[in-house]
Design a protein around this ligand. Sequence first.
Ligand code: FAD
Ligand code: NAD
Length: 467
Amino acid sequence: MSSYDVTIIGSGPGGYVAAIRCSQLGLKTAIIEKYDTLGGTCLNVGCIPSKALLDSSEHYHNAVNNFEEHGIETKSVKANITQMIKRKNDVVSQTCAGVKFLMDKNKIDVYNGLGSFIDKNTVKVQHKDGTDTSLTSKNIIIATGSKPNFFPGMEPDKKRIITSTEALNLSEIPKKMLVIGGGVIGLELGSVYGRLGTQIEVVEFASTILPTMDSSLGKELTRALKKEGFKFNLEHRVQRVENKGKSVVLTALNKKGEEVTFEGDYCLVAVGRKAFTEGLNLEAAGISANSRGQIEVNDHLQTSATNIYAIGDVVRGTMLAHKAEEEGVYVAEIIGGQKPHINYNLIPGVVYTWPEVAAVGKTEEELKAAGVEYKVGSFPIKALGRARASMDTAGLIKVLADKITDEVLGVHMIAPRAADLIMEAVVAMEYRASAEDIARICHPHPTYSEAIKEAALDATEARALHV
Ligand code: FAD
Ligand code: NAD
């Protein structure tokens, strides 16, 4: 039986990053993954493949809609979904191979198979060929991630009623796709197919899309996506979805309580994800999952068994790859005897639509609920020279600052390249900058980052320069 200082179950961004940091700290480390490739949801069926398809569809959309205005003439532009999926698969394979390379480079032992507890120091790996291996370990990190969620009546059949996993592998461009859930997955994968010509019809339970983000973002994104042809049905309670062979029919109750039906050729179910612990045999280690299926952890991400930790989507908090990575490093350093820290308030969130949406810190709704007095500064993207030059004029940047101290409490943006722009706000907030600190920093011209400076100037003393 092989023995380790640390054994990690699950090789997503939480697990594989934890493994690398453990190895850097001189800990003998093993990682177990039930699938053939490493990288988890993020690399195989999440962040990376969705962004690959978002990029391909964005090129197509620009070629069809914007090239002519830029003075670029093309004969005929055609979307080849087979090639798009193939390129996406190549990107995924290369990225997963990169993780295997990192495991080898860091001398981390990789075991392919289902990991399950024998006791709190022993994990059995059940291999695909029916054999098994037992590992003993001083410490164990559970990083088993999440799976798509659904509610009664909308069970995916994976053919016409699909989850994000199938939506990343369609062999045709749908004519009409119904999307249950106007959250991150619904809007990102809806954008992929919407840009390729699919009619996207979103059915959302809440009164806005992106309901957990600052409400200004959902409003602005609704406008932008409607221009791309999206249809939104808010405050609709889905009753059932039926596969009719070549089509799907969705029945929902609208806000008046009337039954309404929608028909499409596919229905994407995107109503959140749930923590995944199946097959782990947690009881053998003396651990149990809570009513939401998550593993309970304390502030040190330690479970009720003190040598077992849990990180990423399988524990509380946002289900984001970078949050899982931070937790992976955190736990490795705790095991290594260090005193790490995670600032959960400063985990940025990004939605890769176009314009992109990004945010960090508190929303206006959260500040109001907490009774914090705050100032708002905002700046429209259309007022930037950079935006006019690139014909990307939709969006805004909003800076929320404490009314008395001027400390930045939240930054919310819908803008071209917001996914990268948000990091200026994260760095500023980590160092507890005031809005005036940001406003006084020289920003390069012409860039989208000038909108952050202008919004900060507006928050400081309503002294934005270019509106
Ligand atoms: P996972 O990545 O889910 O990895 C868990 C791994 O554990 C899996 O490989 C699984 O096979 C393995 N496993 C489970 N049980 C066992 C077992 N018993 N034995 C062995 N192995 C096991 N987040 C972002 O930050 N940015 C994005 O752009 C983004 N886009 C996304 C797009 C989509 C379509 C989806 C679905 C998700 C996206 N996410 C994104 C979320 C992101 O993928 C997750 O937050 C992240 O992957 C969580 O990492 P994790 O390590 O906790 O778990
Ligand atoms: P989500 O929580 O972002 O959105 C789910 C949406 O479905 C919400 O708007 C919710 O109000 C709605 N909803 C819930 N129940 C419903 C019902 N019965 N009928 C109609 N609407 C309903 O979840 P998601 O989009 O499935 O994404 C899952 C997770 O994956 C998220 O936590 C997200 O953080 C992560 N993810 C992140 C990214 C990114 O960072 N860019 C991309 C994709 C996924």
